[in-house]
Every structure is written in C-alpha cells, then in structure tokens.
Ligand binder design. Structure first.
Ligand code: 2IT
Length: 444
C-alpha cells in the first residue's frame, strides 16, 4: 500500500520517464512484503531515498567533426547511491540515451552491485552520441570532450565508470587517457581498461561468461544440463559474444544473433571462428548482422527478433525492453525451458509478469549480468593493490560470485510451491543490503 503511494508520487514528479518508473515499480512490488515487516525503514524514509539518485550531472558536449563542423551532444552521469561503496557503473553512448534510461540503469546498478557482494555503489553515465558512422578521430575527440567535463566528479574512490552499449575498450582508452591528463593521477578510475594499462583479464568476457554461469545454476536447480541445449541470443556486441563463447564451450548450440537490422539463424551453431567473426562485425561500426548470413550462407530475417525460433534457452543480450509479452508467449508455446536477461531490463514488465505467472524459469538482468560489474570490482581491487591476477584466478572469483548471487536469489525468491521467483529474490536480496547500509549511516 505504502509503496503504491510512493510510486504515484514518483510518477507525478517524473512524468514521461517510463524506463526509470518501470524499473522502480518492479523493485517496489518485489520488496513490499519485507518492507512492511520493517517499520524502521518507513520511519527512515528508506524507499523515498533509495528511488532518487544522490545527484545527476547533465552537461553539453561540443566537439568538432572531421569536416570542421561543431557538433553538440548531451552528457550525463547519474550518481545513484553510494551506501555500499563508490558509485560504479557503465557509460552508454547510443542515440536512445535519455535521462530516464540512465536513471533506470543507475537504479538497477545499485541493487546489482549489492548482489555482487563487493563494495560498490550504483551509478551510470552516457550520452546520446552514437559511434555509428563516426571516424576513429571523431570518437576520440568526443570521448575527450565528455571527460573534460566529467573528470572533476569521478575518481577511484568516488565514482568509477566503465563501458556499456557503444563504449568498448577503444572508448575507455580515450576517456581514461584524458582523465589521467587532467587529474594527474594513474589510479585506475575506469574499468574495462586495456590489459597494458591496468585492465583485468576476463573483463571483456565477464558479462557473458557470468550470465552463462548463472544459467547453468538455474538449470542445475531443476536437474538440467546446458549441454546439448539450443540457445537464442540477441545482439552481437560484447555481451552476446561472451555469452555465445561460454555457451558453446559448455556444449550448447547458439543458433541466433541479431542487430537493429534483423536476426540470423544458424542451425549448425555459432561456434569457433564464427564467434570471432562477431568481433569483426562489431568493429565495422555499421551495426548490422546481415553480413553474417551472406558469409556463412544462413538465413537472415530482416526486421525480426530471434524469439520466433524454437529454442531451449532465450538470452536477451542487446538492450532494454527487447523481449515483450508476445515474444514471451511465442517462446513458451515453442516449449522454452529458460529465459535469462543478460541485457539490463531486457524484458518488458508485461513479459516478466507473464513468465512469473506461468512459472517459467526466468531471471532478471540485475542478477544474470552482474558478472560484468563484479569483474570490474576485481579490476578495481587489482588496481588498488598494484598487481594483476591470472585468467584462472579472475575466472574462479567470477564463477564463485555468480554461484553466490544465484544462491541469494534462491534464498529470497523461493515460493511455498517451490517455484523460484528470481525477480523477487534478486530485488529483495539487493534491497536489504542497500537499505541496511543506509540505516547504519544515518540521514545523509
Ligand atoms: O550494466 C552493467 O553492469 C555494465 N555496463 C557494467 C558496469 C561496470 O561498471 O562494469
């Protein structure tokens, strides 16, 4: 009841911020029961405080394109909540970026980071700048212009940005270079850095690898194995790549990848050199997957989503709200075993409600994709200690963290009928940790 009132007032205060309100609504519905069991939270205004970002920086980013023309984009950094540790979260450069999308991502990040068990608060940043069709020099000038404004507000113990859609190792390199020059320090303020200057092994793979480790746990809980299962993946960027690589290593068959242009269906499975080809496709900067169909002689479905294929496992790996209730129904009709979001809020609220109602094995992004930021946390630890761990050490830590997150979801999400509601499990576990940290630190 109380959470409903808070939601109404938030809708009135932030009209039109649909993604942000969608993310908040899901969490508040999940935590309603535990919240009512803790009257001290209400007195301390925990929900009212947890749903609003600590602060938001919005700024103009003027930069000069290759023709000498001045372009202007908008930049943001949302410092959402630092009750558990320094603000931590990615940077998204994509035409769809708005304050609403970055607020939703920062909010999700706060609970996700709490689930990792590492000391990281939540933050997110980005711009409506798109790297599509931009030269390397233009991307560099843009990244430098973004940091010229942001550098004052970030630091290794204050706020540590990383990559997200449109921001990979190239962009991180350019941003970190300019940050270092202005801040006159080399303390690793970004994660996702190159291996030669403080990056961590396994960080590029971590979001996808962690996602598959989580799915393996979900299946194991049901007495199932990932080996031999067919998998639909959406997207073809860093996250889709890592997921396809680990799934195929474990004996699953990944049959789709997708882009804004449509999806490809490869009945023989995307493995070996085809996985490396995903990186080549991404490097062209064209943001299309159709060339895969041409190169490997498979079918391309223009303008369609991969969820129309009959598969055992569906993994949204591209962007928010990319799988709706109609897609979910189609997957269910085709006998899907498991749906797991590796993208942030990959499913619409209606799709999530349908899957939970039907008792489908489903888990949300803030649990499934937490391996990315967890490995960023491991990069921060290595930077602070001025040393680097081996691939095996990082992967073992990542694996353990994903097992722990799965366990937390089971503890908080198991229903009396035995169904594991991973949405509730992840939200309650993340919320309780952040809420208790806020209670301990007073009204700040
Ligand atoms: O959504 C995410 O968790 C990320 N984009 C990664 C954030 C990070 O700080 O590594």
């Amino acid at each position: 009841m109380k959470t409903e009132l808070i939601l109404q007032s938030l809708e009135a205060k932030h009209p039109g911020e649909h993604e942000y309100l969608q993310a908040v609504k899901e969490v508040l519905h999940s935590i309603e029961d535990v919240y009512n069991e803790h009257p001290e939270f209400e007195k301390a205004g925990i929900i009212e405080r947890i749903v609003e970002p600590d602060r938001i920086f919005t700024f103009k980013i003027p930069w000069v394109d290759d023709n000498g023309k001045v372009q202007v984009n908008i930049g943001y950094r949302v410092q959402f909540n630092n009750a558990i540790g320094p603000y931590k979260g990615g940077t998204r450069f994509h035409a769809s970026v708005t304050l609403s999308s970055l607020k939703f991502l920062g909010f999700e990040q706060t609970f996700k980071n709490a689930l990792t068990t590492l000391p990281m608060g939540g933050g997110k940043g980005g711009s409506d700048f798109s790297i599509r069709g931009k030269s390397n020099a233009e991307v560099m000038r843009f990244c430098q212009a973004y940091i010229m404004e942001l550098w004052r507000h970030i630091g290794p113990d204050t706020d540590v940005p990383a990559g997200d859609i449109g921001v990979g190792s190239r962009e991180i390199g350019y941003m970190y270079g300019m940050f270092k020059k202005l801040a006159r320090e080399n303390t690793g303020t970004f994660t996702g850095k190159g291996l030669d200057y403080g990056g961590s092994l396994i960080r590029p793979e971590a979001t996808g690898f962690g996602g598959i480790y989580f799915v393996v746990n979900m299946l194991k809980e049901k007495g199932l194995d990932i080996k031999g299962k067919t998998v639909a993946v959406s997207g073809f960027g860093n996250v889709a790549w890592g997921a396809a690589l680990k799934a195929s290593q474990l004996g699953a068959k990944v049959v789709t990848i997708s882009g804004p242009d449509g999806y490809i269906y490869d009945p023989n499975g995307i493995s070996g050199e085809k996985i490396n080809y995903m990186l080549d496709l991404r490097a062209t900067g064209d943001d299309i997957v159709a060339p895969y169909a041409e190169k490997y002689g498979v079918e391309f479905f223009p303008g369609k989503r991969p969820w129309q294929q009959k598969v055992d496992i569906a993994l949204p790996c591209a962007i928010q709200n990319e799988l709706d209730d109609k897609d979910a129904q189609l997957l269910i009709n085709n006998g899907v075993t498991c749906i797991a979001e590796i993208s942030n809020m990959g499913c619409t609220a209606e799709a999530v409600d349908l899957m939970v109602e039907k008792g489908i094995l489903f888990a949300p992004g803030k649990a499934v994709n937490a391996g990315g930021v967890a490995t960023s946390g491991l990069e921060m630890s290595q930077n602070a200690m001025h040393l680097s761990w081996t691939e095996e050490e990082v992967d073992a830590k990542l694996h353990q963290i994903m097992n722990d997150i799965h366990q937390q979801c089971v503890i908080y999400g198991k229903q009396p009928n035995g169904y594991i509601n991973y949405v509730k499990g992840a939200n309650v576990a993340g919320f309780m940790k952040v809420a208790q940290a806020m209670m301990a630190q007073g009204v700040v």
